[in-house]
Design a protein around this ligand. Structure first.
Ligand code: HEM
Length: 325
């Protein structure tokens, strides 16, 4: 992971990031929009059927875990049959980025990273053999122009494919579950949103501020420095607590209040040169899902408390039971 984009510094970072271009530009978003809407429709159908049959359903398993995988898998043109396997590996892999992982969690993460490495190296070779109109084939074309050595180009594209895949489902699934949990916990705001759908994007931003899917970004100090009055030695790791920063009372009035009308800036997609490249996709998934919910399931309610995985850095709701009244 130390060779993937978030761990790189300029000028290497600049070169690699430029090679990706504007991944989710306007044209791409228009192309993706229909697929996301279709996926939301199908997932809400299944949710409604399950609630009808069983009285309640797990929103997290039926919708939040599925939509981001469909979105990134569809965009990268991965076989849908591989989605459950890849999703399970993404859940296990995340522990390397946790604050204080246990030895067994690191072992799990190591094994998952090995399997993901094999999968994405093979994917790059497959796209070499049969190039198509997909991002991985596009990155190969770009890197063939940047590197004279084919192996070096393949290596660069493998690291990009791995990182883009890993960055997407875990974070976005958490955001979708958190969004539904917070809005159902605040039924007046959910109801208000139905009458004011133009504020759906604001609601998504407040969800990101209030409970960021990723609470920690880590950096290593390249030289001794002083940050906000704290001396940091060279090579020391610094954890930036972005979840806490989003609740800084110096920046957010009454930060503990969930208020979808506040229009506050947040750090949940980071800031500066490492700003999240997938933010437009994550936002599109959240706004499409929320619009679908308001239109189709306005009577949705929580039927239990959410269950969280015991993690600090990357939040994860593993169960979110809902009913339709
Ligand atoms: C709600 C969902 C998401 C959240 C909260 C999120 C959050 C973040 C954060 C905090 C970073 C910065 C990491 C750092 O500074 O060390 C980041 C970087 C990144 N994200 Fe996201 N992300 C999300 C979804 C996505 C998606 C869907 C994709 C891809 C389709 C993606 C691709 C990336 C990439 C490629 C980077 C590395 C950028 C760089 O280092 O230059 N993310 N993301």
């Amino acid at each position: 992971m130390s060779r993937t984009l978030p761990a790189l510094n300029p000028p290497h970072h600049t070169r690699v990031r430029r090679s990706l271009g504007n991944m989710f530009d306007r044209k791409c978003m228009v192309d993706i929009k229909d697929a996301i809407e279709e996926s939301v429709d199908q997932l809400l159908d299944r949710l409604a059927e399950k609630m009808c049959a069983d009285g309640e359903a797990d929103f997290s398993a039926l919708v939040s875990e599925e939509l981001p995988m469909n979105a990134i898998g569809g965009w990268l043109q991965l076989p849908p049959a591989d989605y459950p396997y890849l999703r399970a590996l993404a859940h296990d892999q995340v522990f390397t980025q946790e604050l204080l992982p246990s030895t067994s969690q690191l072992a799990l993460s190591d094994a998952a990273t090995g399997q993901l490495e094999a999968y994405f190296r093979e994917l790059v070779q497959e796209r070499r053999r049969v190039p198509g109109n997909d991002p991985v084939s596009g990155w190969l074309r770009t890197w063939d122009g940047l590197e004279s050595d084919r192996e070096a180009a393949d290596e660069a594209v493998y690291l990009l494919a791995l990182l883009v895949f890993l960055a997407a489902p875990e974070t976005t699934s958490t955001m979708l579950s958190t969004m539904v949990w917070l809005l159902l916990k605040h039924p007046r705001q959910f109801g208000w949103l139905r009458a004011h759908p133009e504020h759906v994007p604001d609601a998504v931003e407040e969800v990101l501020r209030y409970d960021s899917p990723n609470h920690i970004i880590s950096r290593v100090a390249p030289e001794e420095t002083t940050l906000a009055g704290v001396r940091i030695e060279k090579d020391r790791m610094v954890h930036l607590m972005i979840g806490a920063a989003n609740h800084d009372p110096k920046h957010h009035l009454d930060p503990g209040a969930f208020d979808i009308r506040r229009k506050a800036a947040h750090l949940s997609f980071s800031s500066g040169i490492h700003y999240c490249l997938g933010a437009p996709l994550a936002r599109l998934e959240a706004t499409t899902l929320l619009t679908g919910l308001l239109g189709r399931l306005p009577g949705l309610k929580l039927s239990g408390s959410p269950v969280w995985a015991p993690r600090v850095g990357f939040r994860r709701i593993t169960e979110l039971r809902v009913v339709e009244s």
